[in-house]
Every structure is written in C-alpha cells, then in structure tokens.
Design a protein around this ligand. Structure first.
Ligand SMILES: Nc1ncnc2c1ncn2[C@@H]1O[C@H](COP(=O)(O)OP(=O)(O)O)[C@@H](O)[C@H]1O
Ligand SMILES: [Mg+2]
Length: 176
C-alpha cells in the first residue's frame, strides 16, 4: 500500500480506511470475548443448557468423553458461546422434544455437537442466517474452527463444530 501513496493517493486512502475498519471490528470482537471470558465456562454452560432445555420441556442429554479441560481458555470460551447460541436456537426455533449435546476431544481436534429433533431449517432459508449463526462462524474463524450443519424440514438440526488443537511450539526448540 505504501507504494500506492504517491501513485494513487485516493486509492491509498480508501484502502487505509478499509484497514482501519477491519482493525476496529477485530478489536471490538476481541474486547467482547475478553469481557465474556470472565463469566463463561464450558462446564457451567452445559449445566445452564440442561436447565434451559428442562424449563422449555425439552429432554436433554449430555454425552462427553471429555470436559475439554485441557483446551486453552479461548477455545473453551468460544465453544461456550457457541453452545449457548445453539441451545437458544433449539429452544426458540426448533419445537424439538429432545436435545443432545456431545463434547469430545479427538486426535488433533475438539468437537461440539448440538442435535435436536425439531422442525429443521428449510434449504431456502440457509442463506438467511441471522446474527446468531453468522456470529458463531465469525468467532470460530478466530480459532480456525468450522461449523457444519445437517438439517432439513422435519428432520431436526445437527450442528457440528470442529476446532483444531493448537500445536504449541516446543519450548526446548533451539535450546542446546
Ligand atoms: N435448531 C433450529 N431449529 C430450527 N430452526 C433453526 C434452528 N436454529 C436456527 N434456526 C433457524 O435459522 C434462523 C437463523 O438463526 P440465527 O442465526 O441464530 O438467528 P436468530 O436466532 O436471531 O433468528 C432462525 O431464525 C431459525 O429460523
Ligand atoms: Mg439465534
């Protein structure tokens, strides 16, 4: 961009503004995450989910092979927010009788799955995702996570979130 300044100052200032906007939005997201981080924990969020489902008359099941206790706080935090959003959606939109949450630590990845047996999301509505689903995808980008959705009318909805484990650089590297 620096080379653009003398050649094309208009374009350069437009690009500078874009960069400024992007950094503002990233900063806002990070601030939001940090302020949420103090109050959210994955284990507590699972209990909360059970309560929310129970009070909505939806039977709730939690299957887990791990509490993901070894996952870094940022991953636990983002997964907690995703869990909250998914369960809110189940209660708000699905009309389900049953909701199952799976929390797994697999080789190289963490998995969160939220499944319901409700009305599902019709294909034609897939490009009308609201702020909830889009917000989850945006947050997941920060930890290179991805969200997959299996759904169809009357077949319920299954959301699978997969987050790769971060490879920590070996501390001993370079130490003789
Ligand atoms: N579990 C679900 N069952 C049925 N429909 C759902 C479910 N989750 C989401 N939806 C549909 O997808 C839409 C988008 O969801 P979302 O992005 O969370 O926005 P919002 O919850 O604010 O409407 C919802 O309005 C709803 O129509
Ligand atoms: Mg929502």
């Amino acid at each position: 961009m620096e080379r653009l300044i003398p050649q094309n100052p208009d374009q350069a200032s437009k690009e500078a503004r874009e960069i400024q906007n992007i950094s503002r939005s990233v900063l806002l997201q990070v601030r939001e995450l940090i302020s949420d981080m103090q109050s959210i924990d994955l284990g507590e969020e699972c209990q909360q989910a059970a309560q929310i489902c129970e009070s909505a008359g939806i039977s709730f099941k939690l299957e887990r092979n791990d509490e993901l206790g070894g996952a870094p706080p940022i991953i636990r935090n983002i997964l907690s927010l995703c869990l909250r959003e998914c369960v809110t959606n189940v209660v708000k939109h699905s009309g389900a009788h049953k909701c199952t949450i799976r929390l797994e630590e697999g080789p190289g990845k963490y998995i969160l799955q939220v499944e319901d047996d409700g009305v599902g999301i019709a294909k034609e509505n897939h490009d009308r995702f609201g702020s909830g689903l889009l917000g989850m995808k945006e947050r997941l980008l920060l930890i290179e996570g991805k969200l997959e959705m299996v759904t169809g009318e009357t077949k319920g909805t299954k959301i699978t979130i997969i987050v790769p484990k971060v490879k920590k650089p070996a501390i001993t590297e370079g130490i003789q």
